[in-house]
Design a protein around this ligand. Structure first.
Ligand code: NAD
Length: 425
């Protein structure tokens, strides 16, 4: 009995292993495109993974040693690019998977980058401002040899923000004895940040929702929307949907969800949420995240964490369109179930690529020293994402594959070709 239970648990863990599931889809995508096995061998893991130890003297005088990672998936196309996550659950395997997703995103929106990702095992919710600054600077010192404006360009991710990017840019500039805004993106505007960066991921998700709604013959105005996660991605998205005339009937954070079939007061919730995207603690009548995902709605946007839609709840999803703002919220099995049920799933590597696209704009502006208006940024983003969505959608139809596999096929092709031209495979 015990052994059997252990086996179930192991197989569930294996199914939820984001690195393994990413590798499975990359393998399929390369097979469909006709690439030989050695291309998969090259692309299934990052080219480089650095593990670092970061000592920080905490406010109470004790020294704590934090573990950090930086993964560089593939730099055949250009420098690697990707965010830094501060979270207690960061693991080496997760950082590796996230770096591969970044490569795919850059391929899908056709940026001159490969993918990278970083993470530190820590809980910023329990750290002071001063401790966070020391940790951010210590991380940059630890990874400084492998990053830089033409090598690997970090950015924000879960629980990191423009202030952390500013400290990191300052530390790198000191080490490099030069002002280096192009070292990192997601900076405050006064330090060379780009207009539109903070809301770029949500803007990109909104553009994908508009395109997906057209394909499904649904009007966004009046559509019922549920958003899981009320952080950077989820809260801006809820606001954009609300402003577009959609009825946001459900939102959630790590502590629970809020539901109102008549529509939630998004402006009020935005005003009350804290900097970690928490708002539901202020309310008595909450629902669980599990209930939230299964609510009656037209559009469901997971914008929180991995493995939220699985084979256990995929049959109960009522939405007609699922757009993944989060990285890895839907398992491979659930992708198949949703696709078979006729639900249009817009995968993470496409839907959440607005962030890296505007990060690229920020880097271009830093390199040229000439800055664009918010309208220019939005116009450029819209053009790129509409084109990318339709590339993936058309490939899914012409090759009769699901949207995730189609997105991987588009995303992996550029780095496979670049690796081949360089003579690596
Ligand atoms: P964030 O830290 O700003 O917000 C995360 C939100 O998710 C918070 O509201 C938090 O309470 C909630 N959350 C955490 N654990 C949860 C749980 N177990 N159940 C339900 N909700 C939970 O993070 P973010 O930047 O908005 O990122 C969210 C997702 O979007 C991540 O998967 C991230 O990788 C992805 N993403 C973000 C960006 C970006 O530019 N911010 C870009 C691409 C992808």
């Amino acid at each position: 009995m015990v052994a059997e239970k252990g086996t179930d648990h192991d197989s569930q863990q294996e199914k939820n292993d984001v690195l393994k599931s990413t590798q499975t889809v990359i393998h399929k995508a390369l097979d469909k495109l006709g690439y030989p096995e050695e291309v998969y061998e090259l692309l299934k893991e990052p080219l480089r993974l650095l593990t670092v130890k970061i000592p920080v003297r905490m406010d109470d005088g004790a020294v704590r040693i934090f573990t950090g990672y930086r993964a560089q998936h593939n730099d055949a196309v250009g420098p690697t690019k990707g965010g830094i996550r501060f979270h207690p659950n960061v693991t080496e395997r997760e950082v590796k998977a996230l770096s591969i997703w970044m490569s795919l995103k850059c391929g899908i929106v056709d940026l001159p980058y490969g993918g990278g990702k970083g993470g530190i095992v820590c809980d910023p919710r329990n750290m002071s401002f001063r401790e966070l600054e020391k940790l951010s600077r210590g991380y940059v010192r630890a990874i400084s040899q492998i990053v830089g404006p033409t090598k690997d360009i970090p950015a924000p991710d879960v629980f990191t923000n423009s202030q952390i990017m500013a400290w990191m840019m300052d530390e790198y500039s000191r080490l490099d004895s030069s002002n280096s805004p192009g070292f990192i993106t997601g900076k405050p505007l006064v330090l060379g940040g780009s207009h539109g960066r903070e809301s770029a991921t949500a803007k990109g998700v909104t553009i994908c929702i508009n395109e997906a709604a057209k394909k499904k013959g649904i009007s966004v105005k009046g559509a019922r929307v549920v958003v899981q996660g009320f952080g950077n991605a989820g809260s801006f998205l809820a606001k954009f949907m609300h402003d577009a005339g959609a009825v946001v009937v459900g939102i959630s954070d790590a502590y629970g969800g809020l539901y109102d079939p008549k529509g939630l007061d998004i402006d009020y919730l935005l005003d009350r949420r804290d900097s970690f995207g928490t708002v539901t603690k202020l309310f008595k009548n909450t629902i669980t995240n599990k209930e939230l995902l299964e609510l009656e709605c037209d559009i469901l946007v997971p914008a929180a964490i991995e493995n939220q839609i699985t084979e256990e709840n995929a049959h109960n999803i009522k939405a007609k369109i699922v757009v993944e703002a989060a990285n890895g919220p839907t398992t491979i099995e659930a992708t198949q179930i949703l696709t078979e049920r006729g639900i249009l799933l817009v995968p993470d590597v496409l839907a959440s690529s607005g962030g890296v696209t505007v990060s690229y704009f920020e880097w271009v502006q830093n390199n040229q020293g000439y800055y664009w208006s918010e309208e220019e940024v939005e116009e450029k983003l819209e053009k790129i994402l509409v084109k990318s969505f339709n590339n993936v959608y058309e490939l899914a139809h012409s090759r009769r594959v699901d949207m995730r596999l189609a997105a991987y096929m588009v995303g992996v092709r550029k780095m496979a070709e670049a690796s081949r031209f360089r003579g690596w495979v």
